[in-house]
Write a new protein. Structure first.
Length: 523
């Protein structure tokens, strides 16, 4: 039977439905037969003009391979791409890199799992689609971004249809999704139910791994599997490639290297041990060049910060503001060589921004620049620390970067972030700032995509931010039922190269729109 976009996604939908069955219910026929099955769906990522990474997870040892075709029916030009043997060393996950794809085209793929001892014994194929990057600017670019999923105890609520925001985003059919960190909440147990302030009861799908804070590798892996129980998310993954970065909740709230925990919930007190386990699970559960499970223990080969090129219009600079930072502190240091990026990542970012020939350079930061984010009574978690004067602490590193962008005449920089659990558009200008040696720029904030909503934070005047728009919850930790998820949309028009940012809320349409013109200073 010919496949349509709807039937192409049916494999992922059926898989999620199978996982959501109550205990004791019959498993799908192909699983009972002893054939391997990809119950957690498929994902794609790190798409280029001619390549892409495709991910899946098997329920048992299996060989993975991927077939591609330019047509939904898979009746012509079918190519087979061999993949790895999936086994317990990677929690039965694996990624296959597809090479030789046509640029600027829709590619249909299906993942097939085969029994190790009999390659003829295969499971049900799971279908997906992706668009390769264009070689010309005519077609333009459109993508979404957000962060913060399953946080503050708000998980998959079957009464609300689960993570319905992903279905809304899927229907927008973007080129890719920028997942801006806090992809899981390893430090946030999920309870079966939570009573809301008005007496209603929020119900959660629960699992054993989500019943406590994650400490073991198995528990971190279980946190990533939890989100894949949602059929909206697996259908979204099957259609929309992702660019993924991490923040703190993949490990623990507000962590930094070398931290020793006093939290009584943890028997493992060294955060570096937790971070290594979380980093490995992160690499196993997201497809991406350099983010494979094998590279997860190699800091250089498996680093999170990277440049993702998307044709002549767009480069995405994915930052890691967690792995290389110094300890959270009051942030009043007059010298700070480590900062929030570390010296090597800062040098890399300056070098790659100068090399970029893309019209727009999106700097994907997992934490905001000018929003004050406290960590306890005296310390600060992000860049800003509330002192409106000249740069101090981690602000020194950002000042160096902004100075470099200005003096090297790097044009078209736009900052996208999440983390603070509300949405905002902030404009930075030297005439309002204590530090003035930089060119004006915009920072757009979105999220949470499925976590507690919080009131908006205050701004630090060091870099002259001014809020053009903000929407946030009136009280802390409002459920997604009361404060629906936020996400952002970026569209770059091919003929004009104008970049339009739209801040959106689930079910509520567009909240704010800003259009930027290429080469325009102070926009």
């Amino acid at each position: 039977m010919p496949h349509t976009r709807r039937t192409l996604l049916s494999g992922s939908l059926a898989a999620s439905a199978a996982l959501a069955l109550p205990l004791g219910a019959a498993a799908p026929a192909f699983a009972r037969s002893g054939r391997p099955s990809a119950l957690w769906g498929v994902q794609s990522g790190e798409v280029t003009e001619r390549s892409a990474a495709v991910w899946t997870r098997s329920d048992r040892p299996a060989w993975m391979y991927v077939e591609t075709s330019p047509t939904e029916s898979f009746r012509r030009a079918v190519r087979r791409h061999p993949g790895p043997l999936l086994g317990p060393a990677t929690d039965f996950t694996g990624t296959t890199t597809l090479h030789g794809l046509p640029p600027g085209q829709q590619v249909h793929y299906r993942v097939v799992l085969a029994a190790p001892d009999d390659p003829r014994r295969t499971g049900e194929p799971v279908y997906g689609t992706l668009r390769t990057n264009p070689v010309s600017r005519r077609s333009g670019v459109r993508f979404l971004w957000s962060g913060d999923l399953a946080g503050q105890g708000w998980g998959i609520n079957p009464d609300l249809g689960g993570y319905r925001v992903f279905e809304e985003m899927r229907l927008r059919d973007p080129d890719f999704f920028l997942f801006s960190g806090d992809t899981i909440y390893a430090d946030g147990p999920i309870q079966p139910s939570v009573t809301l302030p008005d007496g209603r009861v929020w119900r959660n799908v629960t699992t054993q791994e989500k019943s406590k804070v994650a400490e073991t590798l198995a528990e971190f892996r279980g946190n990533f599997r939890y989100n894949l129980l949602d059929r909206n998310l697996t259908a979204f993954n099957a259609q929309v490639p992702s660019i993924v970065q991490w923040d703190d909740h993949e490990v623990r709230n507000n962590w930094y290297p070398g931290q020793l925990l006093e939290d009584p919930r943890y028997s493992v007190k060294q955060v570096d041990v937790l971070a290594a386990r979380a980093r490995r699970a992160f690499g196993e559960y997201f497809p991406g060049t350099g983010l494979s499970a094998a590279a997860a223990t190699d800091r250089a080969g498996g680093r999170i910060h990277r440049v993702v090129h998307h044709g002549p219009l767009l480069d995405v600079f994915v930052l890691d503001m967690r792995t290389y930072r110094d300890a959270n502190s009051p942030g009043r240091q007059t010298t700070d060589p480590v900062g929030i990026l570390g010296p090597e990542q800062l040098a890399w970012l300056k070098r790659e921004l100068s090399r970029s020939r893309a019209t727009w350079k999106v700097i994907a930061a997992d934490m905001p620049l000018g929003i004050v984010v406290p960590d306890g009574a005296a310390d600060f978690e992000a860049v800003a620390q509330g002192d409106p004067g000249t740069p101090l602490g981690r602000e020194l590193q950002i000042a160096e970067l902004l100075r470099h962008i200005k003096h090297q005449r790097v044009t078209g920089t736009v900052w996208l972030t999440a983390d603070v659990h509300y949405t905002a558009a902030n404009h930075y200008a030297p005439e309002r700032a204590a530090f003035t040696d930089f060119a004006p720029f915009w920072e757009f904030v979105s999220g949470p995509i499925g976590a507690g909503g919080f009131p908006h934070g205050r701004l630090d005047a060091t870099f002259g931010p001014e809020t053009a728009y903000v929407r946030s919850a009136p009280v802390a930790n409002m459920s997604p039922a009361e404060d629906p998820p936020y996400y952002g949309e970026v569209e770059i028009d091919g003929p004009s190269a104008e970049l339009t940012v739209r801040l959106r809320q689930q079910g509520g349409g567009v909240l704010f729109t800003k259009t930027l013109r290429p080469g325009q200073v102070g926009q």
